[in-house]
Ligand binder design. Structure first.
Ligand code: UDP
Ligand code: MG
Length: 327
């Protein structure tokens, strides 16, 4: 099996027939062994029935995972990933915004030796609000995480088997697949892909769902929001001390008697100083919470690409003895 294509489906009954019509010829044209894994994310329309029919039509290359409820696009893709058998895995949306014909372009890039190829939508066909929001979030992600990509929202992407295995080893409950994959990639790259308007139906992301998704991205890959308070707190405290010194100097220059100077402590300045200390403490707690959070996520801490070493001399003997104990 060379290629697994994973497609999350949520209330896409209007678009699915057109997707089938374009997807399968595009994949057949690749002349590789492939499978398509549709994951129905708890659709309440006829999507599941349509997927069943498609399975009956092309059982050789079609697999369908029916989830029990609506768990969100990224967890639906995770459910698909767990069942992939291909050496390479491609994700795309069910609404034909990611043209299936572009899969060939991703695979060609992988042939050059990259293990993760992200799509970059050359000309995006979405409304201005979405485009603006995306740009802002891409910029924020670029600043507060180590993830470098131009278009995190594009789900037309290709992943190599080791990356999929690493993602499958992650047990976190909310995630953002393109970013998670990037953390495991050894040679990531990007390629421009076409983008089309939704073939049918409407976007499955409400403003609320979009905000939730972006929280998953920020909190899943950065503890900066937790730590930023300590920096802010230090800043406030330092400014308070500087203001204090300036006021003192002014008073000395104004010729105030030494006695009143010694007991001077302006209440506003003191308050700012203490607020700074409190914020610093909050950030410090954030540091620990961040560490606990990273620990409980139980992501693989590192991935070994290869180990260059000589076979230990005793390995032949060990193999024999271990097989002896199992029989
Ligand atoms: N999707 C899903 N579960 C959800 C929301 C969306 O599986 O809760 C699927 C949807 O069917 C589509 C893909 O995720 O295949 C992207 O969704 P959509 O096109 O609505 O997002 P947009 O293009 O507006 O960002
Ligand atoms: Mg879409």
């Amino acid at each position: 099996m060379d290629l697994s294509v994973v497609i999350p489906v949520y209330n896409e009954e209007e678009g699915l027939p057109a997707l089938f019509e374009r997807l399968y010829p595009a994949l057949d044209a690749l002349k590789v062994g492939y499978e398509v894994i549709f994951v129905n994310d708890g659709s309440r329309d006829r999507s599941a029935a349509l997927l069943r029919e498609q399975f009956a039509r092309r059982p050789d290359v079609t697999r369908v995972v029916l989830l029990n409820g609506n768990f969100g696009q990224h967890l639906a893709i995770m459910a698909g990933f767990e069942r992939t058998r291909g050496e390479r895995v491609v994700t795309l949306d069910a609404d034909l915004q990611n043209p299936p014909e572009e899969i060939a372009r991703l695979l060609a890039k992988m042939d050059e030796g990259y293990d993760y190829v992200g799509g970059v939508r050359s000309e995006r066909h979405d409304n201005a609000f979405r485009r603006f929001g995306s740009r802002a979030m891409n910029r924020l992600r670029e600043r507060i995480t180590r993830i470098r990509m131009s278009d995190q929202g594009c789900m037309l992407r290709a992943y190599s088997r080791p990356i999929i295995d690493a993602i499958n080893a992650c047990r976190e409950v909310s995630t953002f697949i393109p970013a998670l994959a990037y953390t495991f990639a050894h040679r990531p790259t990007e390629v421009e892909v076409a983008h089309e308007s939704r073939a049918a139906g409407t976007s499955k992301y409400s403003v609320y769902k979009l905000i939730r998704l972006n929280f998953d991205l920020v909190t899943g890959f950065s503890v900066v929001p937790l730590q930023v308070f300590s920096l802010f707190g230090i800043g406030v405290s330092i400014v308070a001390v500087l203001v204090y010194l300036v006021v003192m100097v002014q008073r000395v220059l104004a010729g105030e008697p030494l006695d009143t100077l010694r007991t001077f402590w302006d209440r506003d300045i003191l308050q700012f100083f203490l607020i700074g200390i409190v914020l610093f403490g909050l950030g410090l707690v954030g540091e620990y919470v961040g560490r606990i959070y990273q620990q409980v996520r139980e992501r693989p801490r590192y991935l070994v690409q290869a180990v260059l070493e000589r076979e230990p001399e005793s390995s032949a003997w060990q193999k024999r003895s271990s097989s002896a104990t199992t029989t």
